[in-house]
Design a protein around this ligand. Structure first.
Ligand code: GRF
Length: 200
């Protein structure tokens, strides 16, 4: 069984989806802990009711020590608002050269990086947007893409509609991609001389 650490600093709907998927066997990994800088957030409440230990992620050193001591296979960011330093990413990098840290982003990257991406897409008038799971590298929202799912938004009357449709997709895509990643289905390769992560 693979061992996953989730880092979150918000309401925790993705964290809840990961807990459900782990319990239901769709995510073949144990969620060893929820790491958070703030134990009062929604995600921490979900952890307590799901029986997942809450780890106080006060510094990057704490995260690295926990990762090593607990033999963690991967970290999933789930609404984690702190930017990770290149040193942390390097310290945890796998022997296959891949970052061990995954993130879910609420747009079809590289479109709409940064914050409020559902609103950015809505305001831009695009007809489709989507969600992306990617590996975390030092370029913000710029690491190799593992998977994406798109959806049409021309029937959405508000940015909140876009967000609620998008979150449903996030909750499907993230557990599945993490499951594949932790169970060795992605390989670092090159395409036209550039690094590319492919599913084998
Ligand atoms: C999600 O939209 C996720 O894509 C983004 O932050 C939001 C977190 O929501 N990275 P939640 O805390 O998982 O409900």
């Amino acid at each position: 069984m693979k061992r996953l650490l989730v880092l979150a600093s918000g309401r925790g709907s993705n964290f809840r989806a990961l807990c459900d998927a782990s319990r239901g066997g769709k995510l073949r990994a144990e969620i060893v802990a929820l790491g958070t800088p703030d134990a009062n957030i929604g995600a921490a409440e979900i952890a307590r009711t799901s029986g997942v230990p809450v780890m106080h992620a006060s510094s990057e050193g704490t995260i690295v020590d926990f990762f090593r001591a607990e033999r963690i296979d991967g970290i999933a960011l789930a609404g984690y608002m702190k930017i990770l330093t290149p040193e942390l990413i390097e310290a945890l990098r796998g022997s296959d050269g891949l970052s061990r840290i995954l993130n879910i982003h609420p747009s079809l990257l590289p479109a709409f990086p940064g914050i409020n991406s559902y609103r950015q897409a809505f305001n831009a008038g695009v007809r489709e947007t989507g969600v992306t799971v990617h590996l975390v590298e030092k370029e913000i929202d710029g690491g190799p893409i593992l998977d994406q799912k798109s959806f049409r938004i021309d029937q959405c009357a508000t940015a909140e509609d876009v967000e609620s449709r998008g979150l449903n997709l996030e909750h499907e895509l993230y557990p599945r991609t993490i499951d594949w990643f932790l169970n060795g289905e992605y390989r670092l390769g090159t395409r036209e001389g550039k690094p590319y992560v492919a599913r084998s």
